[in-house]
Design a binder for this molecule. Structure first.
Ligand SMILES: C[S@@+](CC[C@H](N)C(=O)[O-])C[C@H]1O[C@@H](n2cnc3c(N)ncnc32)[C@H](O)[C@@H]1O
Length: 311
């Protein structure tokens, strides 16, 4: 057994990890003991991971269930303090079941500033040269004349996904939403609904089957000073000059009669969430009502749109 060593930044660390090497036969005993010693969490990994000795661990039909650990497992237990981690190591070492085990180290776990880390991953997103989606912790770029403030949250839609970006570009460049009733079907964060409002839609309805998305849309609209109605799908009523739906090919096919039924004469239907190879399926599914065409393509995704003839 090797002596446990601690890392150089002990003083600053919030938690400490006790790392052990344990043969398969004793993984369960060691984990039970660590639990009894008040470990905050315990993880078991293959000690030979990423080496030629790495061992797959899964149950095959007709074969015995997988073992609790690998031939040589690396067991890591998290403790509140360095003292607790070292005491746990000291208490384990004399135990019979620990005979073939090894204390690898006691090491500090550095705190991660998750807020800062997350924020650093979300930069302002340009939709066009002068329309930008900007997280609240960033200043809008100088060239941004139209801005939506949006932070990553539980609901989909920060502008970083190509399907959202293509819809935003359609809204910003076609001039089709101005003075229209607009429906955002599957609103997620409400990003498309808010963009429609920014580009002077007369009235915006945003609906989603996920109550968390409806809540996020309301909160994001309030933060952006945007007036819209958000709610469950039943909120969508009557005809709209523009119907936007960025969902996925399968639900979009099921929703074809419903979505087409909301498109006013002379109005537009804009669909995204469709892979390029699914475009023909979608065209066929919507053919009884509207003639969809691919209008944009990005990273293997397409935007499809159609216009209902004026009556
Ligand atoms: C890919 S996200 C799009 C979010 C946002 N509109 C955007 O463009 O980034 C799809 C959203 O559609 C919602 N959704 C999925 N199926 C739906 C359905 N049948 N009716 C209404 N909303 C649906 C999901 O809950 C999700 O919020």
């Amino acid at each position: 057994m090797s002596a446990a060593e601690s890392g150089p930044n002990d003083g600053a660390a919030r938690w400490h990890e006790l790392v052990l090497r344990v043969p398969e036969a004793h993984v369960e005993d060691v984990c039970d003991a660590l639990e009894a010693l008040q470990a905050l969490s315990i993880s078991v990994e293959d000690a030979d991971a990423d080496t030629p000795q790495e061992q797959a661990l899964y149950g095959e039909p007709g074969l015995p269930p997988p073992a609790a650990g690998w031939q040589r497992s690396r067991v890591t237990a998290l403790f509140d303090t360095e003292t607790q981690a070292r005491e746990a190591a000291a208490l384990l070492q004399p135990q019979d079941f620990f005979a073939d085990c090894e204390v690898v180290e006691v090491r500090p776990v550095q705190e991660v500033d998750w807020v800062r880390l997350t924020q650093s991953q979300f930069e302002p997103v340009p939709v066009t040269e002068d329309f930008w989606i900007v997280p609240s912790w960033h200043e809008p770029p100088a060239q941004a004349r139209t801005v939506l403030r949006l932070d990553p949250g539980l609901a989909f839609g920060t502008g970083t996904h190509p399907t959202t970006r293509m819809c935003l570009r359609w809204i910003a460049t076609r001039g089709a939403v101005a003075a229209q009733r607009v429906l955002d079907y599957g609103c997620g964060s409400g990003i498309l609904a808010m963009a429609a409002a920014r580009f002077r839609a007369a009235e915006v309805d945003a609906v989603d089957i996920d109550p968390a998305a409806v809540q996020a849309t309301r909160a994001n609209a309030a933060a952006n000073g945007v007036a819209l109605r958000a709610g469950p799908p039943e909120l969508a009523q009557g005809a709209y000059g523009v119907v936007l739906a960025n969902i996925l090919a399968t639900p979009l096919k099921v929703l074809a009669p419903l979505l087409c039924g909301h498109v006013a004469p002379g109005g537009h239907l804009v669909l995204a969430g469709i892979l390029a190879r699914q475009a023909d399926e979608l065209r066929a599914a919507y053919a009884p009502w509207l003639a969809l065409e691919v209008g944009d393509e990005e990273e293997g995704w397409v935007l499809m749109s159609a216009r209902r003839p004026t009556a």
